[in-house]
Design a protein around this ligand. Sequence first.
Ligand SMILES: Cc1cc2nc3c(=O)[nH]c(=O)nc-3n(C[C@H](O)[C@H](O)[C@H](O)COP(=O)(O)O)c2cc1C
Length: 173
Amino acid sequence: MIISGSSRKGGNTELLAEAFAKGASKHHQVEIVSVRDYQVNPCLGCNACFKTNGICAQKDDMVLIYEKMNQADMLVIASPVYFYGISSQLKAVIDRFHNPIRDTFHIKKMALLLVGAASLPELFDAILTEYNLCLKFFNIEDAGKVLVRGVKDKGDINNTDALNEAYRLGLTT
Ligand SMILES: Cc1cc2nc3c(=O)[nH]c(=O)nc-3n(C[C@H](O)[C@H](O)[C@H](O)COP(=O)(O)O)c2cc1C
């Protein structure tokens, strides 16, 4: 399962996610879940789900994503860099994993696909710190990363080797 974190249709994140999916689908069943297609509210922090065996107080599309997560053995996070972090739409989805339903998931591996406009060496540092902490917290193996600097406008990623890189990573996971 790939969660694509940009609302921009046909944007760089989506192209990168699709390239990964193309490679991975040679050996696996792959689904891309785009934040654009799901209404997921930020976590309220009420912890009601911990008293109701995972039933969230909010009635939104997150229930559909929980169902898909339940079937997945690998999770790929794809995001544009928004002010040195992941997009808020994607963060909302990830925060909703603060729910005991996550104990029923079978995710063994994760991969990370990131795009950003700047060419700054430190561009992805904050996201990588969070990613590594999450791997440790959930005891999940890192399957690899494709980190793409210098892509701003729609389609800029076509001028890089990143789509081939993502395809190859998908193929070998
Ligand atoms: C709200 C917002 C914040 C952004 N912040 C950053 C940033 O901090 N650093 C950066 O390099 N690019 C930043 N960008 C640029 C995007 O990361 C870049 O355009 C990316 O290719 C967008 O991916 P997409 O085509 O999948 O939407 C920002 C873009 C937006 C819309």
